[in-house]
Design a protein around this ligand. Structure first.
Ligand code: GLU
Length: 476
């Protein structure tokens, strides 16, 4: 067994969403599990598709999740540099070797000539294969002027994919592909093979769009007498509908946006890892260390994983509920509504403990807690939106709230006493809790949802709670 060395090899072509990061996470987990190395390599050989700032963005996303790499563009290592655009000499030397061995040749055709070949193949209902048009006497290859093509040796292949199992393709899948483009840059097809070899990569983990070209790669490995790494191609992450690949248009955000909204890193890692992977048990929640132990390529599912943001919310909420008070306080700090600034830390802490149960991500803190800090304006929709409550009519609302006011005026506003009096009110009014408590909740918060009623009233305090009840009564 060779030492485990994996890599994440993104092209800096723009936005990288949470589904794309899964590839990095799987590669990172495999390396960590085997005390191996994880490398970040930037595949920037397509100069036209580059987007400024992408590399920085990729690095930030990885760092935000703690997916540290042993070597990368900003972290020197023995087999760097880690940007393909800085390795052109290396690809050229391999290309020269292939030319010398008679396994590469200059492509003499113009784009128009190639289009003609393609058209002719299509009208004969034949697949277009470049190798059917190999020039008898190719010109001498001029680096940076003419493209260089691989001279393939077509044959059928069977190979083992670590996720998909046994795969195969006939010799028509092998063709003469471009190694070096006319601009002197290598293609992905060439560069990744050289780099994975030079960087001693043991496992390639990448998307299934590369399966169709794998016979070409296997052919090139043979020409170079290189033993291929193990290859694992997880199925794509699908959008919520489950019928197409997740994209930015489905609302897929990048990792940084989730972190800005107050999602917790271990929850994000847990969620992303669970997109198409499980350990064969029903366990859903894993700490990062547990994931490292449990992860294996063999347990990646063969069918696409659906990106269900509700599951992420559930998971993140669970992680938030498990935070201790100190972590909770620290995490919440950037998300308090402005008005909270005027209150003592102890008051904010009491609010936080109450809303912890309901928080699914920290950016909700403002909405869930504002009424603890400010008197929100009366919102008639809150009653109107509750059909059963609205059906009672405002005279009845007024009567119930007046009764409540009288009863709660006698309370010391401890949770125990409030609970006792609220229950007494249920009995004396004959209303179900779903009606009466909703009404009291609305009157005392003017918010669509709140933590348990007695606990909320205790924190809001006697004076303020009664004033709010009074205001609602007067408005009815
Ligand atoms: N640069 C390729 C991409 O971004 C990476 C494929 C690979 O991991 O080999 O899709």
């Amino acid at each position: 067994m060779r030492p485990v060395r994996t890599r994440f090899a993104p092209s800096p072509t723009g936005f990288i969403h949470v589904g794309n990061i899964r590839t990095a996470l799987f590669a990172w987990l495999l390396a960590r599990k085997n005390d191996g190395q994880f490398i970040l390599r930037i595949e920037d050989t397509d100069q036209n598709r580059q987007v400024d700032g992408s590399i920085e963005h990729i690095i930030k996303c990885l760092k935000a999740l703690g997916l540290n790499y042993n070597a990368g563009p900003d972290q020197p290592g023995p087999d760097g540099p880690y940007r393909q655009s800085e390795r052109l000499e290396l690809y050229r030397s391999y290309a020269d070797q292939l030319v010398a061995k008679g396994r590469a040749y200059a492509d003499p055709y113009s784009k128009a000539e190639l289009d003609e070949f393609r058209k002719a193949a299509a009208s004969n209902h034949q697949p277009f294969l470049f190798r059917n048009h190999r020039p008898a006497n190719p010109p001498v290859w001029e680096y940076g002027v003419t493209p260089l093509r691989f001279k393939s040796e077509p044959k059928a292949y069977h190979w083992q994919d670590q996720v998909m199992g046994q795969l195969s393709a006939g010799e028509e899948a092998v063709d003469d592909f471009i190694l070096i483009k006319s601009d002197g840059y290598p293609t992905y097809n060439f560069a990744h093979i050289i780099d994975d070899f030079e960087m001693k990569i043991s496992h390639i983990i990448r998307g299934q769009e590369f399966i169709a070209s794998t016979p070409n790669y296997l052919n090139l490995y043979e020409a170079l007498a290189i033993e291929p790494p193990l290859i694992a191609t997880p199925p794509p992450v699908l959008g919520a509908s489950g019928n197409k690949k997740l994209s930015k248009r489905d609302g897929a955000k990048d990792v940084l946006s989730y972190i800005e909204e107050g999602y917790l890193e271990p929850a994000l890692i847990n969620f992303i890892a669970s997109l198409g992977w499980n350990d064969g048990t029903t366990q859903e929640l894993y700490s990062v260390d547990q994931l490292i132990k449990a992860f294996s390529l063999e347990r990646i599912l063969k069918s696409g994983a659906r990106f269900d943001e509700r599951r992420l919310l559930w998971m993140n909420g669970t992680y938030i509920r498990n935070l201790n008070l100190e972590e909770l306080t620290k995490r919440a700090e950037p998300f308090w509504p402005e008005e909270a600034g005027a209150y003592e830390p102890d008051y904010r802490r009491r609010v936080l403990v109450l809303v912890q149960e309901r928080l699914k991500y920290f950016a909700e803190l403002g909405e869930l807690s504002r009424f603890f800090f400010v008197d929100l304006p009366l919102d008639p929709n809150l009653i109107a939106n509750n059909a059963k409550l609205a059906a009672l009519g405002s005279a009845m609302h007024k009567q119930l709230l007046t009764q409540t006011y009288t009863e709660l005026s006698k309370s010391d506003f401890s949770v125990d006493d409030l609970t006792r009096r609220l229950n007494a009110l249920l009995e004396s009014s004959g209303q179900p809790a779903g009606i009466l408590f909703s009404l009291i909740r609305i009157a005392s918060t003017q918010a669509p949802a709140s933590p348990p009623l007695a606990e909320s009233l205790e924190v809001i305090g006697k004076e303020r709670s009664l004033a709010r009840l009074k205001q609602q009564i007067d408005a009815l």
